[in-house]
Write a protein that binds this ligand. Structure first.
Ligand code: GUN
Length: 286
């Protein structure tokens, strides 16, 4: 019998705890979310994030800018949010329109308000093994799922194969697994012999954004599978990067899609926003 890493249930548990923490803190916690352009998936994600704030008693400020917004105007908005005492977290939904320089936009965010953990300062801390700062939400959610549902399964010495090298998931989740003494392999679009490599994974993180790309057949007996993919099919259903068609009983544990990693990403954003708010309120004015 394999364990289902139920992100929906764990997210609900963590949000209940957070709601109480926010209330008890007496702080009015605020998250600003910036969306540039009309990517339909971004619109859905942003609306989820805005709703989730209300769900735990946080304020949210949505800034939806046109596709053609100039780089300087996006940066100017971020700079004003950096100075805004009602805003404790700033999230720029990715991908940005191709005319914008993503690195420069993310670099404009005050690292103390970078609740996505994507500013080079926060990303660098994670890369160096310092998990005490603002850690990217999806990787943090993956680790919470492992720690909650598989608390008695040691990660030390396990071979973790991460499919994907994005700033949002692949690179930071590899760093977090390395920090927990996994032996980590990062695979990407130029990696050779993917089926054999996947077959060596004790832990597989699939974050490539290709629907049902990895078949169950490739996976090792007893593997733990974290499917980060959220892909919409032509029929309108959501599927992950892993095709679980077959006997999932061969696995130790796996995340369903939907209801696995996705809800944890949003919950970790809220957790990071509260963490940022507490830290900012403890900060002495410049
Ligand atoms: N686009 C897809 N997922 C995410 C996320 O977690 N954060 C941001 N900023 N953009 C995303």
């Amino acid at each position: 019998m394999s364990v289902i890493l139920d992100g929906k249930a764990l997210a609900a548990l963590r949000k209940d705890a957070l709601r109480v923490q926010v209330l008890q803190s007496g702080l009015t916690v605020g998250l600003a979310v910036i969306q540039v352009g009309d990517n339909p998936a971004s619109r859905v994600y942003v609306n989820h994030k805005i709703r989730a704030c209300a769900d735990v008693g946080m304020q949210s400020f949505k800034h939806h800018l046109p596709e053609t917004t100039a780089q300087a105007d996006v940066v100017a908005l971020i700079q004003s949010l950096n100075q805004d005492p009602d805003v404790h977290g700033i999230l720029v939904q990715l991908p940005l329109p191709s005319a914008l320089d993503t690195d420069a936009v993310l670099a404009a965010i005050d690292p103390a308000k970078d609740v996505d953990g994507l500013h080079i300062q926060n990303a660098g801390r994670v890369f160096l093994g310092d998990t005490g700062g603002l850690v990217p939400c999806t990787p943090l959610g993956c680790m919470m799922l492992l720690d909650h549902y598989l608390a008695d399964v040691p990660l030390r010495g396990k071979h973790a194969v991460v499919l994907g090298r994005s700033r949002l998931v692949g690179r930071p989740v590899a760093s977090l697994l390395l920090q927990r003494d996994c032996t980590v392999t990062i695979a990407h679009s130029a990696t050779q012999g993917l089926p054999a490599l996947v077959g060596t994974a004790d832990i597989l993180v699939a974050a490539i954004g290709k629907p049902c790309f990895v078949p169950l057949l490739w996976m090792k007996e007893g593997a733990i599978v974290l499917d980060v993919g959220i892909n919409r099919t032509d029929q309108g259903t959501l599927v992950g990067d892993v095709d679980f068609d077959g006997d999932t009983a061969k696995l130790c544990a796996y995340t369903p899609v939907p209801g696995g990693v996705g809800p944890m990403t949003v919950t970790c954003l809220l957790i990071n926003t509260f963490k940022a708010a507490v830290a900012l309120h403890g900060r002495t004015p410049d």
